[in-house]
Write a protein of this length. Structure first.
Lengths: 122, 380
């Protein structure tokens, strides 16, 4: 059974068996507008909580997406190289950004659940 | 995602912060579902629910309606009006025919560009000046200062300012009861009392800019939006449209630190004025033109999909500094990233291979002719 967490930076993290899939929320993609490029990490890269893991670029601006916890990137969503707009059309599905193996999944315990996130964005 | 959080905070501030000015038609943009952002001290619609990509393409295919009321209209009138403008701008104001418009500038003594403006002759001694939002207050002070001792006055007009741009712009205006047939590109008239309408724009497309009283504007907007070919277009698409069209944004692509020769805008200055004009900045501009500008504004086409944005530094093939990007983003009509910037004059030839530093990665970019999309002006 997967557990989904949300950050104040408008990311979602779905954790299953020690591996986290990370993406941005529907609210975030709407704020950013049409994405035209996603700078993806390479598998094997080690990241610390707060590192920039991905940069998403809209027509107007580039925005950083941070690693929500320490770990190692195991896969990036390479479908976004040819179709970055997947993040707009399916932010919680086909538009996921990367998967990472968590070093310590207790780092996620302070994060919000879906209800908490929805309350935050109002 | 700090940038998204910041954007949310900013839009929140815009709604409550009294120092950000609200457009007269703000309620219409809100009911159209606009997302707002601050620009030049104004709370401006950035995008509507269709999104920047669709808004951009719609403007090139049909007709886009823009609220550009942050820009300012000045009327300069009186026996010395032409003399004032010919001093303030590299412009032969007396040589303009009635209804003729010209792109021109306010320059400083070093020929730096204080603002870019469109001046239209309305009558024998009356001119309309359209100025950029961020510079409007400084422009007004500058004009009033230069007008001291001259027999002319400067009136800041209280108008809503709309742009309707795209290949169907003339047809939708016609359906709304406004005939444009005799008006050609870079001409402006006063079709009704307190209206100013010019065939001009900031998209590279055929189109019109109309300054008019608020009540008239509300009636016109309602008629225009009833036409299925028309949709509201936000500031985000206005920026991508003008960038594809190779048009400069003051404050980014042209500033008080850049001059018309470096900015590749000398075409806007008549030859005889370049040689012998007495406008402010004339001597400095002649010196720059005589020795050749050290750098030139060029188009830049990044290879691949990654946008290269304002502020990115440029390097030549040997890694030596070559210039900087002043505007950059994605061009929805051309389907690839587009940018412009300044490069050392020796590297300005189209096709020169350069590299832009984007977050530590070198992205290959070619200097590219401007515009990226051909202008489709109705020159008559």
């Amino acid at each position: 059974m997967a557990t989904t967490y949300y950050t104040e930076d408008h990311e979602w993290i779905r954790v299953e068996g020690g591996v986290a899939t990370v993406g941005i929320t529907d609210y975030a993609q709407e704020q950013l507008g049409d994405l035209v490029f996603v700078e993806l990490p390479e598998a094997g890269r080690k990241v610390a909580k707060g590192d920039v893991a991905v940069v998403v670029e809209s027509v107007k601006a580039a925005s950083d997406v941070y690693a929500p916890a320490d770990g190692e990137i195991v896969e990036a969503n390479t479908a976004l190289s040819s179709d970055p707009a997947l993040v707009n059309s399916s932010p919680a599905g086909d538009g996921w950004l990367w998967k990472m193996k968590l070093s310590d999944d207790s780092q996620l315990t302070g994060l919000m659940n879906e209800a908490g996130y929805k309350a935050m964005i109002g | 995602m700090a940038a998204i959080a910041a954007a949310c905070v900013r839009s929140g501030e815009v709604m409550t912060d009294g120092s950000t000015r609200t457009l007269p038609l703000d309620d219409l943009h809100r009911s159209a579902g606009a997302r707002f952002g601050a620009f030049a001290g104004w709370s401006m619609p950035l995008t509507y629910p269709a999104g920047v990509m669709k808004e951009h393409l719609h403007t090139r295919e049909q007709a886009g309606l823009f609220d550009i009321s942050h820009m300012k209209l000045f009327e300069v009138s009186g026996p010395d009006a032409a003399a004032l403008l010919s001093k303030a701008c590299p412009l032969d104001a007396n040589g303009l025919e009635v209804s003729q418009s010209k792109l021109t500038f306010f320059l400083n003594d070093q020929a730096g560009i204080l603002d870019d403006l469109i001046v239209t002759r309305l009558g024998a001694d009356r001119f309309m000046v359209v100025a950029n939002a961020g510079n409007a207050a400084a422009d007004e002070a500058h004009l009033r200062n230069l007008a001291k001792g001259l027999d002319c006055k400067v009136d800041l007009l209280d108008r809503v300012f709309l742009a309707i741009q795209g290949p169907e712009a003339w047809a939708v205006l016609s359906r709304a009861g406004i005939e444009t047939g005799s008006l050609t590109f870079m001409h402006g008239i006063e079709p009704r009392q307190n209206w100013f309408m010019s065939r001009s724009g900031y998209t590279g497309e055929d189109g019109f800019e109309i300054g008019l009283p608020e009540a008239d504007a509300r009636a016109l907007v309602e008629k225009l939006l009833a036409d299925e070919r028309v949709m509201w277009i936000g500031l985000a698409a206005r920026d991508s449209l003008r960038l594809e069209a190779g048009l400069c944004l003051h404050g980014q692509d042209i500033t008080p630190e850049t001059d018309p020769a470096s900015a590749a805008l000398m075409w806007a200055i008549p030859k005889d004025l370049r040689a012998a004009g007495a406008f402010i900045g004339a001597e400095a501009l002649r010196e720059i033109a005589a020795r050749g500008p050290a750098e030139k504004r060029v188009g830049l086409k990044p290879e691949g999909r990654q946008p290269v944005r304002a502020g990115a530094q440029l390097f030549d093939e040997n890694g030596n500094p070559a210039g900087r990007v002043t505007s950059g983003g994605f061009g929805p009509s051309v389907g690839h990233p587009v940018a412009m910037g300044y490069v050392s004059s020796g590297l300005a030839k189209p096709g020169t291979k350069l590299f832009a530093d984007v977050r530590g990665t070198k992205i290959a970019v070619d200097t590219h002719p401007l515009p990226f999309t051909q202008h489709r002006y109705r020159k008559g």
